[in-house]
Design a protein around this ligand. Sequence first.
Ligand SMILES: *Cc1c(COP(=O)(O)O)cnc(C)c1O
Length: 379
Amino acid sequence: MKNIYVTSPLLPPLEEFVPYLEQIWQNKNLTNGGSFHQQLEAELARYLGVKHVCLFANGTLALLTALQALRVTGEVITTPYSFVATSHTLLWNGLTPVFADIDPLTYNINPDRVEELITPNTTAIMPVHCYGIPCDVERIQKIADIYGLKVIYDAAHAFGVKHQGSSILNHGDLSVLSFHATKVFNTFEGGAIICHNERTKQRIDYLKNFGFAGETTVVAAGINGKMNEVQAAFGLLQLQYIDSAFEKRAALDNHYRALLAEIPGVHVLTVPEDTEWNRAYFPIRVDNTYPVSRDELYNTLKKHGIMTRRYFYPLISNFPMYRGLPSSSLTSLPQANQVAEEILCLPIYPDLDFITQEKIVAIIKAPVEFSTVSLDEAS
Ligand SMILES: *Cc1c(COP(=O)(O)O)cnc(C)c1O
């Protein structure tokens, strides 16, 4: 059996991409806000139901620039339960991440913990809509309003997610998307900042182009964060396939939920009410009533060619390079630590089929039995 990875990129038929490339070769406009770039910004804004989209070469550059755009300083309260890029961008901006514990049901930052960690140096909150599940946006905004803090959502997982009928990206001051190959919507590499007014978009557009506001005017120490025309063209094509990809993901998600129901010690993600979710990931939690440990299950699946991922393990705050932060940054994080020990993301992507899912779940149902099957028998 071929290895099954946790994800596989959405790739439209190659021949449909060729005309886009021909157009780029013809007009020789490769980057710097070309026509595909402009068109993708407009089409994404319409598709997602947001005011303004600022495209970037990748999500990490978009996060870095979002912090610059809002002139964030001092301490930023964030979640330890995320991909390292979230807090790396704080360090790259000379900011101090302060880690708040998470909610054990949504795996998102717990607003109660956020409030406890605010100091006179706190200027912003950077939550993550983990796995595309919405944060408690109302409570986070309330706290931000009371204490005068900015809110930047790392929405790398949240493409297409709606909360109470409107895009989750309309919350906070800014939201940042990633279009990396592993995400639900990809442009090979890519990302975007979502903002709510023309002036902020203008500032972000300057910042992503070295700070140029005109041929001879530089208004800030900007960076080169621009998305190129090949990426943007691919995004336009990809957008035509995204709804069918979401439908396939929904069917796969339902199938997993049916197959995994009532396996002792295995828990699936609860989707909050009033949420239109994108099924970006399929995380399960393996608690201490399950016959083997999470890592043993991970290794058994791997032996059978099923490459699951421990997203997110280790916790960001447990990486050695984060250990040097002031003790005020490394608060007690019991929930996040426990989830990181129990989480396992199963394969989910549009081309996955029900039969493969059934094979995966058969192993999860009998982890001890399958752990002794030799590699030959398994192949
Ligand atoms: C993927 C990801 C990023 C980084 O995005 P890139 O486009 O890969 O730079 C940031 N935060 C989270 C939570 C992610 O999953």
